[in-house]
Every structure is written in structure tokens, then in C-alpha cells.
Design a protein around this ligand. Sequence first.
Ligand SMILES: Cc1ncc(COP(=O)(O)O)c(C=O)c1O
Ligand SMILES: N[C@@H](CCCC[NH3+])C(=O)O
Length: 421
Amino acid sequence: MAHFSYNDNQLTVEGCTLSAIADTYDTPCYVYSRASIEQSYQAYASALGAHPGMICYAVKANSSLAVLQVLAQQGAGFDIVSQGELQRVLAAGGSADRVIFSGVGKKAEEMRFALQQQIACFNVESAAELETLAQVAQAMGTTARVSLRVNPDVDANTHPYISTGLKENKFGVDIQTALDVYRRAASLDGIDVVGIDCHIGSQLTQLAPFMDALDRVLALMDQLAEEGITIRHLDLGGGLGVTYNNEQPPSPADYVGQVIAKLGDRAVALMFEPGRSIVANAGVLLTRVLYLKPTEHKNFAIIDAAMNDNIRPSLYQAWQRVLPVIAPEESEPTQQWDLVGPVCETGDWLAKDRALALHEGSVLALMSSGAYGFTMSSNYNSRTRAAEIMVDGDKHHLIRARETFADLVRGEQLLGSEDPS
Ligand SMILES: Cc1ncc(COP(=O)(O)O)c(C=O)c1O
Ligand SMILES: N[C@@H](CCCC[NH3+])C(=O)O
């Protein structure tokens, strides 16, 4: 069920209109639907059903505390890539024993913190990282549960910047050498081998690449079993795509169902690390038209959101739907507009060539903004980052205040004003 839809002429989410939210909190602001986040999580949880395992939401997609809180209350696990993400999960009420730690560059102090918290598992991405983790665990007199992220060398058929499972990508251990790294892991004090994982890319709209990767990972798992290295869980990462325009990605039920079918009689728990497919379509970015600037070549609508608020169009040429929060009269003529922000970069655009009926002050919703929107935002051009709002039924809650000048300069000092201590 789509949670954002027109009711009369008002774009509405659950029981709230987006025009009322823009009036209350000003723009730009991100707006999320609690019901939509819960529904997307439950689609995975029910697809897994009684099969042992865990759905570990990828925190990088949207790490706002209230979003994590909603997911923790649903019983989600979490996939993190930094100590900061782990601290966010804990602050939001998530429990460390449902956390897995991914990422190519974990620092020793981050490993130490995660071991103190007794997280469920480290997804180790290189032989060198394995050695550091073993040393850290030994020095603490503890044991790290480990899964090796293998790079299965499959083409995810997605944008090259978000493909991660090819041998030229920096991620994971080459599947050809993984067996040796597992042997080493099994021999190390401080390391308990528990799993195997892969993550081949993001915004995948077909199952075939996932299934190719799974075949390769299962073959390695069988080889490991022959050597007496028992794998207790298989983690297939995240990556399931969403509909931005007219993509038709498989449902979590189809995906998880096919994975379970392929396991055959292997008794292995299953983990998934979905990010985008949990939150992308649960959020929008609201922005207001500041100025209309029709030129001989192009019509520019200058809006108050920019590449610092959502870098996806600039970075990946991403396409996200734009809808007016109040639908225009049918008789109002539309024109083609490029929606550009106030940032001093030619690449600062959020949408190009959109047929819209615009006025100064029109409020627009950039749809599908719940994933990799706020989390990738920055203060470029000394712009304060946007507010975030969570809609829950007919109530809306400010879950992050718009930044202020004090936020912008926090930690900065003028020369000569340093603390002498
Ligand atoms: C290791 C890992 N897990 C999970 C994810 C989440 O991916 P997605 O948002 O495509 O589901 C990512 C990001 O691509 C990742 O790098
Ligand atoms: N940030 C990217 C996806 C990268 C996923 C992180 N591994 C996006 O917006 O599409």
C-alpha cells in the first residue's frame, strides 16, 4: 500500500497533509511515515517466517534515532559500519546482541567498543582486518564472532557507483582466497567463525544476481563444511531495489522464499541487511519554490532544497519523482522545469525536465527520499541541515530540529581563543 497519496487535492501521508507539515515546520524538511517503515520491515520478517535468522536494517540508509527506535520496537536487528552507528542503535533502544558490524575499515578502537557491547558478529572484509580483530579480542580476553564477507564476483546490474560484488570493487575477500582466510580464522585465538556473508550492490531490481552470488557462497560453505569449519549463519547483505520511477523489483517474500528454497537441507540461519527497501519509499523531502527563472534554453525553478540536502541526483544522476503537495487545477498549464538548488555548483539539481505547474511558493515533495537522503546530507555552502518529521497516524512529530548557526560552528575556534590547558 502506498502511504503517500492524494486525498482530494492534498498529498497526504497517513492522517496528515504534507502542506500542513510544510506550514508547521517550514522547508526543506524530510517527512517519514511510521506505518510505511513498519510495513516494509514486516514484509521481510514475515518472509523469513519461522526460518531461524535476523533482519538487520542497514543503519546507513537512515540513521535518525526515531527511525531506529521504530525498527527496534519491531524487533529488527541492525547492520552497522561505524562506532557512531552502533551508539545510535543503542541510544534508540536497539540491543547489541542483534547488531552486525560491516565495513572495510573498522578501527581497533571501534572493534574494542563493539566487543565490549558484545555485538552479534563482525563481518570481516580482509585478511589484515582479521588479524587486527584477533589481536584486539585477545588483549581483551574475549572472543569475536566472525563472518567473512566474500566477494563473489557477480555483476549486480546496477549503477557502477553502487555495485560492490565485482572483483574490482574494494569490498570483501576474493572468493578464490576466502578458503585460506577461513582456515586462518579458524586457527586464531580470539576468533569464533560463525558465518559467511556477501553484499553485491544496491538497488538491484532482479533476483538473478542475488541467486548467482548465493550459488557461489553455498559452494564455499560446502567446502568449509568438508574441512570441519561449520557455518551457522549465511548473510546475503542488503541491496533489494525499490520503485523510484517504473522499476518493478521483486518483493521480499519472493526473494527470501527463493533463498530458503535454494538452501536445501543445509541447516543455516539467514540474515539480510536491507536498507533502502525498508525506508526509501517511507520518506519524502519537502521543498519550496523560491524563484522561477525561465530562460531561452531552459526553465529553472530555484528551490530551497539543494544537493547538500540530497546528493543522490548529483552523485548518481538518480531520478526521484516530484509531486506538488497541492495538486493544481486540471486547467492550469504545465511547463518543463529543472529543479535546482541555491548551492554554487552546476551539479546542484534535484530533478530535470519535469512537467509541472509552478508558482513562487509552491511546495513540492521529492518522493522516495527516506533512504540515503538525510544521512548523506552535508553543510556545504554553510547550509544548515533540514528538519526531520515522523508522521504517526494523524500526529506528526519533530524528530530532528533544523540546524542553527550554533550547530554549524560547533567545535570551531577563532585563532587566539584556544583553551590554554
Ligand atoms: C554491507 C552492506 N549491507 C547493507 C547495505 C544496504 O544496502 P541497501 O540499502 O541497498 O539495502 C549496504 C549498502 O549498500 C552495504 O554496504
Ligand atoms: N547511497 C547510495 C547507495 C549506496 C549504498 C551503500 N552501500 C544511494 O543513495 O543509492
